[in-house]
Design a binder for this molecule. Structure first.
Ligand SMILES: [Zn+2]
Ligand SMILES: [Zn+2]
Length: 290
């Protein structure tokens, strides 16, 4: 701890780069983080997956990715702590693939996220529900026959798998991502009892697992215009004693502190007084900045 209490957030564990669907070199994210006065960050490109896609790191890039983060850890030692992470997709059946490809690299942590629900019956590939409105509507209206409740309940069943999906999953990514298009194509109300029940069951899983849930500010930059998760869910997280951190899901270095004040205000408003961060290779709670 420094001699003065921090006045702003100095951590962020969710950021991409040109290794996956982000822009910029990892070194540029690190330089920007240092310029912002950050003390602890995690690099979290989308881990390779064994099917065609447009967002994830290519399998033959993984070794270079790991080497680049390790190189920067050494170069910036004493200035900023850099954790080697990856955002993994919670897709049943992929555990063996991840175990073989990721675990040998001794990652510091994983973010577990659900971007896929079931398979596209037309090609048999995992269906990426959040990859554009047209793609979302194709799945919703085609094989879900317009039944958003069934889709959302399938989504949250997958979300409940996050904590134990792979050793090293420390953070739940954007836990209510399924709401992404609900302003441009309204499907449901977050006040619907069935929706609240699905969220509540998921949160209880996270509380039991002592996993960290991120307050992901990316939603504030998207049409949904709301953080992931929504404020009422953040309030339920507090009531259930769930550990939270604040991440920005930056796909460009300029977003490393995006909406930090707003996120801090939200955590404070629901009662949080501390935040989970990574210090000396351990996740621990620290007082929220003033
Ligand atoms: Zn994600
Ligand atoms: Zn991400």
């Amino acid at each position: 701890m420094g001699s003065t209490a921090p006045t702003q957030l100095t951590t962020n564990y969710h950021m991409h780069s040109r290794f996956c669907d982000g822009q910029g070199e990892i070194a540029e994210y690190v330089q920007q983080a240092v310029a912002l006065g950050f003390t602890s960050i995690g690099i979290s490109s989308h881990a390779p997956v064994p099917f065609p896609n447009t967002y994830a790191m290519l399998p033959d890039q993984l070794a270079d990715y790991v080497a680049e983060v390790r190189r920067l850890q050494a170069e910036y030692a004493g200035q900023i702590a850099i954790a080697l992470g990856a955002e993994i997709d919670v897709i049943p059946g992929l555990q063996d693939y991840y175990t073989a490809t990721l675990l040998p690299h001794d990652f510091d942590y994983f973010i577990g996220s659900v971007h896929f629900v079931g398979n596209d019956p037309h090609n048999g590939l995992p269906w990426e529900f959040d990859a554009g409105l047209d793609n979302f509507l194709r799945g919703l209206n085609d094989w879900y026959e317009g039944d958003f409740r069934r889709l959302a309940e399938d989504y949250y069943a997958l979300a409940r798998l996050v904590p134990h999906f792979l050793p090293g999953v420390a953070i739940v990514g954007h836990m209510d991502r399924i709401k992404k298009y609900n302003t441009v194509y309204p499907c449901f109300s977050e006040d619907d009892a069935w929706y609240r029940d699905a969220v509540e069951a998921t949160l209880r899983t996270y509380a039991d697992a002592h996993i960290i849930v991120e307050l992901n500010t990316a939603g504030w930059r998207q049409p949904i215009a709301e953080a992931y998760p929504s404020p009422w869910i953040v309030a339920r997280c507090f009531a259930l004693g769930i550990r939270m951190t604040i991440d920005t899901d930056a796909h460009h270095p300029t977003y490393l502190a995006a909406d930090h004040p707003r996120a801090l205000a939200l955590l404070r408003a629901v009662g949080y007084r501390d935040l989970w961060v990574r210090r000396a290779d351990t996740w621990l709670a620290e007082p929220l900045p003033e």
